[in-house]
Design a protein around this ligand. Structure first.
Ligand SMILES: Cc1ncc(C[n+]2csc(CCOP(=O)(O)OP(=O)(O)O)c2C)c(N)n1
Ligand SMILES: [Mg+2]
Length: 713
């Protein structure tokens, strides 16, 4: 049927928000296609042809309206699972959406790794979305911030890819998810830095069965946010395309003009229940549900278009028939697509191009020493200085890492500058400026979430977590986002962030909350590299590898080792690198192997010296890198000594010693002449009392006892 291009004029056009006929019909088509795709997936789920379904029904109007003001491929997008119509409008086709539902290898969002409605498309700049509610907020802030910071550093702008002067980042959410702490952290930073983020709250009044007034004080998120400085707020009916289009236009303009972030509070409906696993009749009475159904955005727009004589009923039907045919065809084609082969299960955990375990990262035998011996703090600082000179993409931030946030104090030479509570970042702000070295708010998720957002668009954040003991507020970002970004997006996106973390005890008074270790928690997270140097030189070479590699790295720096005399080293120069997964024999011996890392290396060497006096020749191996683990070096040593002790600082049970012992038992059993022994902290917390601290943490005598026992076995 021919559809003539008819202009919408005068008063009627005013009522229609200035939208022309073609646009209105296109919006209707996208909304209907989103609905149809949901219905098709529901059908496939009932037929057991797909394995999960969650719908975007009732949210379509505001989504297509917002998309009208945005530019795929130039703006950036952080979505949540209801955004089917938004994803469609920005170029993720229903065929591609269905590829995810059938778990096809060709699914562009995740290569069969994620459930349907976990959107992503690299060239449209739709960044991979995940299942934890609320992790998108801080990342979207980091993404906007990367554009802003890059525009202020000329060498950087060239490396970070296309930055539109008026680009915006859209970040969407449900109403319930605004209860997450990270939402408030993101608002805080977006307002503080006046970042061009448009937050869209799709408020359907429920978070599964929990109504909005339980989640939000006073029941309205936009009312609650009124005090945030520079935040532009619109509250409107998100089932009304015209109203949504106008409100979104004003908000996006605000952000494009660099006036600050904006909040769109759209009231929508959820007529299909939360998901196929939920039946809303259990907690919503009939009257409430039929009131929702009456506001169905597709029915509303369809009726409006016919009433306003934009299109006839026949013309509307023709659009719908065409969509039904194309979604059915897309579904049939998607069902033909194969799932990823079994042997691809380990793909996408790490960069396929840059291998930090390779020879390219091994310059350990050719250091270019300069100056005299110095501390681990100094050699970490030297590494960051050199690397920041080499690579303008590096930004350094965290709590207290800047020399002085009030730059004028530095300029007027009123202060010397702090540069970290342990001074590891001292002088970096002075040298490289406040755009690249700056303080974060006191919020660990803020640090890691923003870093992920920056890294996904090409910056290289090297961030600091001031104390390991407080890393836990960032744990959701580390385990569910940082470690998984590459894997869950089928290699489309990555978050190569270096997280430097101070850790460890032996401080005399460090107590429970300044002595924690816990490296096994991170080593147990696929997708992370976990590095743990014991001396100044290794720290320098391993940090350089961490910075130059393309994987996320947890870089553990022992506070007690920062300024020891015994582990000092000379600055090995700007090209010194130690590859990951390369352990080092720090004392050769033939009778018993001690595998150690961090503060236990020195304690094991002391034990070895005592053992030598008793005629036992101990070999001490410094693991240096836990993930990956150098099993070759371990095997070489065990094959020589046939006896092995694993010494680590963290508490005994479920620690790295357990894992290494299991691997030694499994892979090296024929060479063992004695059981594998572990030396570690007691299974408790490091107490403030120095006497208790000594009893809790492992010491050289503990290592010696284990060595003697194995030698006598
Ligand atoms: C951190 C986290 N907690 C709980 C869940 C389980 N969950 C998934 S969706 C959801 C409700 C979200 O409600 P809302 O933000 O209002 O979005 P809506 O589904 O209503 O669009 C919950 C509790 C989750 N995915 N992530
Ligand atoms: Mg909701």
């Amino acid at each position: 049927m021919a559809t003539k291009a008819r202009a919408v004029r005068g008063e009627r056009r005013g009522e229609l928000g200035g939208l022309d006929r073609d646009t209105l019909l296109r919006l209707y088509r996208t909304m209907f296609e989103a609905r149809r795709t949901d219905d098709q997936e529901i059908l496939l789920k009932r037929q057991n042809k797909i394995f999960f379904q969650i719908n975007g029904v009732g949210h379509e109007a505001v989504q297509v309206a917002v998309a009208e003001h945005l530019r795929a491929g130039s703006d950036w997008f952080y979505f949540y699972y209801r955004d089917r119509a938004l994803a469609l409008a920005l170029g993720l086709t229903s065929y591609e959406q269905l590829l995810q539902a059938v778990a096809a290898e060709s699914d562009p969002a995740s290569g069969g790794r994620q459930m349907p409605a976990h959107w992503g498309k690299r060239d449209a700049r739709i960044v991979s979305s995940s299942s934890p509610t609320g992790t998108q907020f801080l990342q979207s802030v980091g993404c906007a911030e990367a554009g802003w910071r890059a525009s202020l550093v000329p060498e950087l702008a060239a490396q970070v890819g296309r930055i539109a002067e008026d680009e915006v980042v859209l970040c969407t959410t449900g109403d319930g998810t605004t209860s997450q702490g990270e939402f408030w952290e993101a608002m805080n930073t977006a307002c503080n830095l006046k970042l061009p983020v448009v937050f869209l709250v799709e408020d359907n009044g429920y978070a599964i069965s929990v109504p909005v007034e339980v989640n939000t004080a006073g029941g309205s998120i936009s009312a609650l946010l009124k005090g945030f400085p520079g935040l532009y707020i619109e509250e409107f009916d998100g089932t009304d395309v015209i109203e949504s289009y106008q409100a979104a236009g004003r908000a996006v303009r605000w952000a494009r003009e660099r006036k600050g972030p904006a909040l769109l509070h759209a009231h929508v409906v959820r007529p299909y229940s939360h998901s196929l696993s939920d039946d809303e009749r259990l907690y919503r009475p009939e009257a409430e549900r039929s009131a929702d159904a009456a506001r169905d955005p597709i029915r509303r727009l369809g009726t409006l278009l016919v009433q306003q004589k934009i299109a006839t009923e026949a013309e509307m039907k023709a659009i719908e028939d065409d969509v039904v045919a194309s979604v059915t065809d897309a579904s049939e084609r998607a069902l033909q697509q194969p799932q990823p082969a079994r042997d691809t299960a380990m793909k996408f955990l790490f960069s396929p191009d840059v291998d930090p375990t390779s020879k390219a990262f091994d310059t350990e035998d050719s250091p270019g020493f300069r100056g005299g011996e110095t501390t681990m703090v100094d050699l970490l600082n030297a590494c960051m200085r050199d690397e920041m000179r080499r690579d303008p993409r590096i930004v350094v931030f965290g709590e207290d890492v800047a020399d002085c946030s009030r730059e004028e104090y530095l300029e007027q030479e009123l202060v010397k500058g702090k540069g970290g509570v342990f001074k590891v970042t001292h002088g970096l702000q002075r040298t490289y400026g406040s755009v690249r070295v700056f303080n974060s708010p006191l919020a660990e998720a803020n640090i890691v979430g923003r870093a992920i957002g920056m890294a996904t668009r090409g910056l290289k954040p090297v961030v600091e977590i001031q104390f390991f003991d407080y890393i836990w507020t960032a744990m959701m970002q580390i385990r569910n986002e940082l470690a998984i970004m590459r894997y869950r997006s089928g290699g489309s996106w990555a978050a190569p962030v270096v997280i430097r973390v101070t850790y460890g005890g032996y401080l005399k008074g460090g107590s429970i909350y300044h002595s924690q270790t816990g490296e096994s928690i991170f080593a147990h997270t696929p997708g992370l590299r976990v590095i743990l140097p014991s001396n100044a030189l290794d720290a320098n070479g391993l940090l350089r590898t961490a910075i130059r590699c393309e994987d996320p790295v947890i870089f553990l720096e022992h506070k007690h080792l920062y300024r020891q005399v015994y582990n000092k080293g000379r600055d090995p120069g700007p090209d010194f690198m130690i590859p990951f997964g390369k352990a080092k024999v720090v004392r050769p011996g033939k009778d018993v192997t001690v595998l150690a890392c961090g503060a236990l290396v020195k304690r094991s060497l002391d034990a070895a010296a005592s053992a030598a006096q008793r005629g036992i020749d101990v070999e001490v191996v410094d693991l240096r890198s836990l993930s990956p683990l150098d099993m070759e070096a371990i095997a070489a040593s065990v094959k020589k000594t046939n006896r092995v002790v694993i010494a680590h600082e963290d508490s005994l049970s479920w620690g790295i010693g357990s894992e290494i012992a299991a691997r030694v038992a499994d892979e090296l059993f024929p060479w063992l002449d004695a059981p594998v022994r572990r030396v570690a902290s007691l299974d408790t917390w490091v107490a403030y009392s120095p006497q208790l601290e000594e009893a809790i943490l492992p010491n050289p005598e503990d290592v010696l006892r284990a060595v003697e026992a194995l030698h006598a076995y």
